[in-house]
Ligand binder design. Structure first.
Ligand code: PMP
Length: 360
């Protein structure tokens, strides 16, 4: 079986062990005579699957008891709307830090529910850094404070999580959840689409502090109310059963590795190898400010479009796939999520060295 090193930003590579386990159980899960895709979500087997997935996630992220874990649909994009619909209630006002296209979309949705205060933006720097945050600029009467902890397209990440005091901090963690240890108690809501570090697309995980559930009145659509999903253990309607099953396998894989601290250590090594090479290369460079560099998404450029295109093509032939940068920024991007083995990063750097010798 030939597999490539897949540097896709999402849907992204999954741990091979997880895929093999899913293949083994595809047509007959746990001797039930059925596959997970064919089962009733109300049956005993699936209740165990979703129950273990939640328990394992709680364990690896050390989620406090006063937080609910919800398995929703609609992607991270639906959370751009659900957050303001559920939280912009008291003062109809929220603080946002603008760090790229995903916060732009979140801000546009929030503006439909109330006043958005842009606390800081890195737009002038083409989003190549996380802007410095001055707590003096935070609104005292915001219903919440919003950040995207990792910006998939630009490869930036918050090295420090802002302290927002009593104001609930809401985080889009789609592209770096489970990649490093975080203190869940610092957040009011954490949400993430699955297709990077969790599993296949289709499920969106929302970790929400209980006091933030049920603030909206009955006028918002039932399916968009966190209370609906919290009261029904994510089973108000048919959940994305197979994606939840796969996410559960990924959580077990992380547990078996020794948990998030172990995964984080490997992630730091992987990122280090790549950034060290980039900082010493005469051909490639990272456009991202050092303090803001992501451990998950690493954009790089040669500065010449034709050379970038040649690199992407030749890398593909060498089994290093999906290295093209986001269509809006160009260049290259290597996404090195949890499931990318360190060998994949070493193979990439070896290929870059060779390419540099031949084309530098
Ligand atoms: N936020 C971030 C940080 C993302 O990277 C993405 C998707 N790449 C989204 C939100 C949107 O996610 P979805 O496609 O699941 O709606």
């Amino acid at each position: 079986m030939k597999r490539v090193y897949n540097f896709s930003a999402g849907p992204a590579c999954l741990p091979e062990e997880v895929l093999l386990k899913a293949a083994e159980e595809m047509v007959n899960y746990n001797n039930s005579g059925m596959g997970v895709m064919e089962m009733s979500h109300r049956g005993k087997e699936f209740k165990n699957i979703i129950g273990s997935a939640e328990a394992d996630l709680r364990e690896i992220m050390n989620i406090p008891v006063n937080y609910k874990v919800l398995f929703l649909q609609g992607g991270a994009s639906l959370q751009f709307a659900m957050v303001p619909l559920n939280l912009m209630i008291k003062n109809k006002k929220a603080d946002y830090v603008h760090t790229g296209q995903w916060t732009k979309k979140a801000i546009a949705e929030a503006k439909k529910s109330g006043t958005v205060n842009i606390v800081a933006s890195s737009e002038e720097d083409k989003f190549t850094r996380i802007p410095p945050l001055d707590p003096g600029m935070f609104s005292r009467d915001a219903d919440y404070f919003y950040i995207a902890t990792n910006n998939t397209i630009y490869g930036t990440r918050y090295a420090d999580i802002p302290d927002t005091g009593d104001i609930p901090l809401v985080a889009d963690m789609s592209s770096n959840i489970l990649s490093e240890t975080i203190d869940v108690a610092k957040f009011g809501i954490i949400f993430a689409g699955a297709q990077k570090n969790i599993g296949p697309a289709g499920v969106t995980i929302v970790i929400i502090r209980e006091d933030l559930i049920g603030l909206a009145d009955g006028s918002i659509p039932t399916m968009l109310d966190y209370r609906t999903h919290a009261d029904n253990a994510s089973m108000f309607n048919t959940p994305p059963c197979y994606s939840i099953y796969m996410a559960g396998l990924v959580f077990k894989w992380i547990k078996n590795k020794g948990g998030i601290p172990v995964v984080e250590e490997v992630n730091r090594k992987k990122a280090d190898i790549l950034y060290k090479y980039l900082d010493n290369s005469g051909l490639f460079r990272s456009p991202v400010e050092k303090e803001s560099r992501s451990l998950m998404n690493v954009p790089f450029v040669t500065g010449k479009d034709d050379l970038d295109a040649k690199f992407i093509e030749e890398a593909g032939k060498a089994g290093l796939e999906t290295l093209k940068g986001h269509r809006t920024v160009g260049g290259m991007r290597a996404s090195i999520y949890n499931a990318m083995p360190i060998e994949g990063v070493k193979a990439l750097v070896a290929f870059m060295e060779k390419f540099e010798k031949e084309n530098g």
